[in-house]
Every structure is written in structure tokens, then in C-alpha cells.
Design a protein around this ligand. Structure first.
Ligand code: NAD
Ligand code: TYD
Length: 359
């Protein structure tokens, strides 16, 4: 079996669902269920004995050690993290605790477990750490895309805490020989994406007739990958990646934020047209509102995915056009899910982050 951390969040839940759709190998899913963790993402696995959910913290050494001793996983995939840049600006402490201290404690527990494994089990064991392109910092317009050897220059508390976790993972391989793999992926989008991030926020705000808040000039560039393509890349790295190596994951798909927002509006105009009697808002684009920029906002990210393509033969299945259409469709079909995640603390977050960002 495998142990997944953070498997009730956006990417982790997609990973667990895809894993069990393709394999009968059991998954232990350790997740603290922070605001971003949601058991509803895994509702389709209810009663499925291949999925064992445990609510708990990766920083809880005793819990992690006992799970490892009891279940003897052959691999660990570490998704658990605080993941939102804006939240890291408002409150960095949780990022230090989970992304740095949590990853450290997890590595320590895993080192204890792994060092007592015998022969083949020890040799075949893998610790796969899921990280981000944001650790490499910001690119100028004409810079080449990030390769695996690009220097680390994290600019936000989020990316700095992820960078620290990547370094710890690297050090546990170099010093103790722990068989690690690290993946650094570009921005994901798709089902179960929490509506604090750009794409789901734009979809749910548009459907509610609320302003679509674009930071600064909207010309910041991100490199987008459909979440299920990220999951297939992780499965491939786990299966065939070279121990100690880093793999950048991306779909060669750079887009300015404003283009993303326009695309979301255009798909909604087609699939859920606004009624004619509101002529001022007859296209969702009229909801776009430029607001004060994010402090320290990285201008451009871009992933060079040559290594994973060449060495492991991985390629994404979706283009941006097919992936974004599926995503908008998913949100249209899952408005109950949206309503549930928008209760309580979500409203407080929206107020904290958007009130006071002058238009
Ligand atoms: P998310 O915020 O949606 O989910 C994080 C999950 O981790 C939640 O279920 C949460 O409950 C859980 N968690 C948080 N702290 C925990 C702790 N201390 N112990 C156990 N569980 C804890 O994040 P995501 O977007 O699914 O990202 C998953 C991973 O992928 C993160 O490591 C992130 O840095 C990385 N990543 C994300 C993106 C992206 O675009 N979202 C891109 C590249 C890499
Ligand atoms: P986000 O989804 O938060 O991901 P990240 O900051 O990790 O790349 O943001 C993606 C881009 O969209 C980023 O450049 C910030 C911008 N953005 C907005 O313009 N408005 C918003 O309300 C949000 C949440 C993000």
C-alpha cells in the first residue's frame, strides 16, 4: 500500500481518486482537514476498503510512526501543505509549521521506518515530495523556462516554506540515503479546486454575479496544467523516477491572468448565458474589476518539462482548451460542493483578502 498525505485537498484528492480508479493498491490518506481539506472530495470512496482515511497532522511524529509501523507502506506521497500565497502573506506562521516543521517531522518518522526495512523493501521504498515551480522565483518576459537546475529564489512566505521543505528532502537523501523523489509542478486547475485560487474564484464569483478581482494589471503569467495530468506525472515519477532526482512538471502552457479570466467568462457566456434583460452585464467580462496588486507578486512562472518528457516519457493528456472547459463544466455541475465550501471561514477569508483592495 501507499501513504498519501494531504489527500483531502485539491490535488491530493484527485490523486487518490485517480489512483484507485487505476489500481487496487490500498491508500492510507493522512490529512489534518484544515480549511482546505474536505472529506466531500472523497465521497465517492465511501465504503471502499481500499481507502483508509486518518485525520491527523504530518507533524505528529507518534501518529505517523504508528501508521507506518501498522501499515508498512511501500511509498509515501507528500501533498500536505499550506498552499495559498495570499494566506501566506496575511499569516505566514501556519506555512512555517506545516511546510517546514511538518515536512521535517514526517521525514524523521519515515527515516526511522525506512532504516528498519529489510533488503528489497528498503531498496524499493520511495518518498515522493510534491512541490511547486514557485520555489524558483519570478522570470522576466524573455527568460528561458525553469529547468530542474534553476537557482532557488522564493519570494513569498509560501514559496520560501516550500523551498525549505525541498531542501530538507534533498538533505535526507544526501545524508541518510533516504530514497526520495521531488516534483516541482506549475499551477494546477480542475475539479475540487478551493475557490480561493484564481480559476475557481473567477468561476464561482461570476456565477454569483460578483466582481472578478484581477490583481494589478492582470499581465502576470502562470503556466497551467490540468490537475489529472499532474497526477499522472506523479504516478509516472513514482514508478520510474530516478532516486534523488527532481522532475519539473508542466504543460508548456503560459498565459497572462487576464487571458485566463477572459476564457472563463467566454465559456460561461456560452454554457450559462446571462439573461438579455440585464444588458449591462450581458457578458461575464463586465464583472472584471482590477484591484490592488498582491505584495511581492511574482511576474512570470514557466516550466521546462523536457526532462520528465525525455526520461520518463510523460506527456499531459489535456490542452488548456479541453481542461478549462471540463473545469467550468464541473463547477456548473457541482454547485452543492461550492455552496458547502463557501460556508463559515471562507467568507471571513474573502472579507480579509478583498475588502480594502481598492478598485
Ligand atoms: P490544498 O491547500 O488544496 O490541500 C492541502 C491539503 O493538506 C488539505 O487537505 C489540508 O487539510 C492538508 N494539510 C494541511 N496541513 C496539514 C498537516 N499539517 N498535516 C496533514 N495534512 C495537512 O493544496 P493543493 O493545491 O492540493 O496542493 C497540494 C500540494 O501540491 C502542496 O504541497 C502544494 O505546495 C503543491 N502544489 C500545488 C500546486 C497548485 O497549483 N495547487 C502546484 C504545484 C504544487
Ligand atoms: P493563485 O491561484 O493564488 O496561484 P499562485 O499565486 O500560487 O500562482 O493566483 C494565480 C494568479 O492569479 C496570480 O498571479 C495571482 C492572480 N490572482 C488574481 O489576479 N486575483 C485573485 O483574486 C487571485 C486569487 C489571484
Amino acid at each position: 500500500m501507499i501513504l498519501v498525505t494531504g489527500g483531502a485537498g485539491f490535488i491530493g484528492a484527485n490523486f487518490v481518486l485517480d489512483w484507485l480508479a487505476q489500481s487496487d493498491e490500498q491508500v492510507i490518506n493522512l490529512d489534518a482537514l484544515t480549511y482546505a481539506g474536505n472529506r466531500e472530495n472523497l465521497a465517492s470512496l465511501s465504503g471502499d476498503e481500499r481507502h483508509i482515511f486518518v485525520q491527523g497532522d504530518i507533524a505528529d511524529s507518534a501518529l505517523v510512526s504508528s501508521l507506518l509501523a501498522q501499515h508498512q507502506p511501500r511509498a509515501i506521497i507528500n501533498f500536505a501543505a499550506e498552499s495559498h500565497v495570499d494566506r501566506s502573506i496575511h499569516g505566514p506562521e501556519d506555512f512555517i509549521q506545516t511546510n517546514i516543521v511538518g515536512t521535517f517531522r514526517l521525514l524523521e518518522a519515515v527515516r526511522g521506518y525506512w532504516s528498519n526495512l529489510q533488503d528489497e523493501a528498503k531498496q524499493n521504498f520511495r518518498f515522493l515530495h510534491v512541490s511547486t515551480d514557485e520555489v524558483y522565483g519570478s522570470l522576466a518576459k524573455d527568460d528561458p523556462a525553469f529547468t530542474e537546475t534553476h537557482r532557488y529564489e522564493p519570494n513569498s512566505p509560501y514559496s520560501a516554506s516550500k523551498a525549505a521543505s525541498d531542501h530538507l528532502v534533498r538533505a535526507y537523501h544526501h545524508t541518510y540515503g533516504l530514497p526520495v523523489l521531488t516534483t516541482n509542478c506549475s499551477n494546477n486547475y480542475g475539479p475540487f479546486h478551493f475557490p480561493e485560487k484564481l480559476i475557481p474564484l473567477m468561476i464561482v464569483n461570476a456565477l454569483a454575479g460578483k466582481p472578478l478581482p484581477v490583481y494589478g494589471d492582470g499581465q502576470q503569467i502562470r503556466d497551467w496544467l490540468y490537475v489529472k495530468d499532474h497526477c499522472s506525472a506523479i504516478r509516472r515519477v513514482l514508478e520510474a523516477g530516478c532516486v534523488g532526482e527532481v522532475y519539473n512538471i508542466g504543460g508548456w502552457n503560459e498565459k497572462p491572468n487576464i487571458d485566463i479570466v477572459h476564457t472563463v467568462c467566454d465559456i460561461l457566456d456560452e454554457l450559462r448565458p446571462l439573461s438579455d434583460d440585464h444588458s449591462a452585464t450581458s457578458t461575464y467580462r463586465n464583472l472584471i474589476t482590477y484591484v490592488t496588486d498582491r505584495p511581492g507578486h511574482d511576474r512570470r512562472y514557466a516550466i521546462d518539462a523536457s526532462k520528465i518528457e525525455r526520461d520518463l516519457g510523460w506527456k499531459p493528456a489535456e490542452t488548456f482548451d479541453t481542461g478549462i472547459r471540463k473545469t467550468v463544466q464541473w463547477y456548473l455541475e457541482n454547485q452543492g460542493w461550492v455552496a458547502n465550501v463557501q460556508s463559515g471561514s471562507y467568507r471571513e477569508w474573502v472579507e480579509k483578502n478583498y475588502t480594502g483592495r481598492a478598485a
